[in-house]
Design a protein around this ligand. Structure first.
Ligand code: DX5
Ligand code: ZN
Length: 247
């Protein structure tokens, strides 16, 4: 598996001191910042949008390096992920990795008629569009979604249509501090077997108590919100998570 990338979720940061909290977590050894964007429609919660991302980016003095330190890993829990609408906005705001949900991008996965607008696009097309806008592309699946749906993009003959990262949710998206769902790990095992070099991210309920299972399954990009921001010694938690993956 590729090396560990530790991405604290700023959903558990102090929103009144977001800039300071983000700088601190980078200083404490985090590789990326995991930025949860929620629209109150795709998930039953609302967080923040581009203006806030712009502010964090300008406050947190870190370089934009696709695979390096300080990558803004934007987890887009929004119903409307079609290119015209948000990709360019988030690029402008400072996002480096635009990770959309399969369930929001594939018209065959639409849950209600209003979600089948012509503005929707196929995952392949969306990944191409994200790459054309000079960001890395991620594709996320919820617990209820089968891992098989990802093979179409992962096996695309066109490199530009293949994602740079896959996110396997280990909780129902929407809130921090939920219980880790070990039932999702077979998806990670399966993906790791097929794609030895793929960045596989897990998100939800990760911390010292659950990291070993996730690492054993083959996850290398580790999101942790409450476990990092709620820790007495966040630097120690970050280093523990890293060691579990890299060992
Ligand atoms: C949940 C978010 C997560 C969340 C994780 O929808 O995608 O990134 O912040 O929080 P913890 O690590 O506390 O489960
Ligand atoms: Zn997330």
């Amino acid at each position: 598996a590729p090396p560990a990338i530790i991405a604290p979720s700023i959903l558990s940061a102090d929103f009144a001191n977001l800039g300071a909290d983000c700088s601190r977590t980078i200083a404490q050894g985090a590789d990326w910042l995991h930025v949860d964007i929620m629209d109150g429609h795709f998930v039953p919660n609302i967080t923040f949008g581009p203006p806030v991302v712009v502010k964090i980016r300008s406050h947190v003095d870190i370089p934009t390096q696709p695979h390096g330190k300080g990558t803004f890993d934007c987890h887009m829990m929004i119903a409307e992920v079609m290119p015209k609408k948000w990709v360019k906005e988030f690029k402008k705001a400072g996002c480096d990795l635009y990770c959309f949900h399969y369930e929001a991008a594939d018209s065959t996965a639409a849950e209600s008629p209003e979600e089948t607008s012509e503005l929707r696009t196929s995952p392949r097309e969306l990944i191409r569009y994200i790459h054309d806008n000079e960001m890395l592309a991620g594709i996320a699946i919820k617990p209820s979604t089968k891992v098989d749906v990802l093979y179409d993009v992962l096996d695309s003959p066109n490199e530009n249509e293949r994602p740079d990262m896959v996110l396997v949710m280990t909780v129902e998206p929407g809130f921090g501090g939920q219980k880790f769902m070990a039932s999702e790990l077979p998806k990670v095992t399966e993906l790791r077997k097929r794609y030895p070099d793929l960045n596989i991210e897990v998100d939800g309920g990760l911390g010292p108590a659950t990291i070993d299972q996730a690492a054993d399954a083959g996850a290398n990009v580790i999101v942790a919100g409450s476990a990092v921001f709620g820790a007495k010694d966040p630097a120690e938690v970050i280093s523990l998570l890293r060691k579990a993956v890299d060992q």
